[in-house]
Ligand binder design. Sequence first.
Ligand SMILES: [Zn+2]
Length: 440
Amino acid sequence: MSRDNKNNMLALLLTGLCGLAAADGYNPEALKSGRADPSMHLQQGSDQREAQKINDVIYKATGFGNTFMVVTEQGNVIIDTSLPGMAPKHKQLLTAVSDGPIHSLIITHGHGDHTGGVALWRQPQTKVIAQQNMLEFLSYQKRLKNLFMQRNSAQFGFDLVEQPTALTTASAAANMLPNTLFDQRFDFTLGQQQFEVLHTPAETYDALTVWMPQYKAAFVGDLFYRSFPNIYTLRGTKPRWALDYISSINRVLALKPEILLPSHGEPIIGEANIRRELLRYRDAIQYVHDQTVQGMNAGRDVYSLMREIKLPAELDVGEAYGWVSWSVRGIYEGYMGWFDGEPVSMYAESPQSVYPDLVALAGGADKVAGLAGQHLNQGHLVKALRLIEAALAAEPDNQAVLAMRLQILTALRKASGNLNESGWLNHGINQTYRQLQSQP
Ligand SMILES: [Zn+2]
């Protein structure tokens, strides 16, 4: 990429993911039609002009990753800090409400859309509070930094961009580290306000919930959002345990919250509303877990279970962000690992290694692309895409095959109401465009 282009991309990155996503054409038909929950959109919060007041002491800046502020007479407490690109705006919105000293930053878990503003908010006296597993979790992400950077870029709709150096220097990284760790529970009182910080592992094993008993307010991080959870994320993750979600949601339910403040999307107000939403969420996760385990014990293969396990209507919490079939596979492989019980899978030759032979037998890549076209016309989009992957293994530069790939991926993206699926389809579309353009 040219220097100018690179600078433009960096400028976009600094303005936040929302700008980039739009620049990258992230706009599938199904999202426009409103099937997906708007709170999962990357653009969320980009038009916010002032912080949202939740009650007398709690304020929220909205983004893909909300930032919360609790105002006390002895300093303020910040809960989560959003993405690096959004944090400056969030800080501006919340500081306009109160510019008191930052007593504590509480980070609900070590994902980048929660830790992005830690270095920005932190002052010399600030306690940065996290569950103790965050240290290991941050080093795991650092160990695989290059791969995660590529995967995040693809999933969230921008192509490989170097991170701005200010955000990756050793001092910025050190500045992000928590200095106050706890195991199960950490309580403190500040200017009349009580805080109970509880370990509630779910999406990550360092996840926490902040409970303010005086207001019955629970800041739950990513334990709840308005979509089936990402029990597996396509970006790549260690296993996320469905049963951890269940016990952590039970821990929050037992508090009987009247204000529920997730780090993505809008708050839920009222004990009965919260109880109904959390119970449905918990039961949806339990259902998918139990169906998967039952299928595993019945000897079913992972693809059959991915196709067959669907949420019953009363547990349908939507799939704008997480997707049931990915979670089924995440649970299956979380429990059993990668081996599928087929002798051939023990060896290092991939299924793709025999595609060129099969394509040759079928009469060449053009023939296979023709058959893919028929599947596309009949609405069998994934079957069509499988055939194209085989054709490309045999003839990687074949224009007709690449053009068919582009058509299939575009049709899939138009139909997608899921943010992560759309991201990866966009990535495939961009990749195929580039391949087509680089041909003479
Ligand atoms: Zn998050």
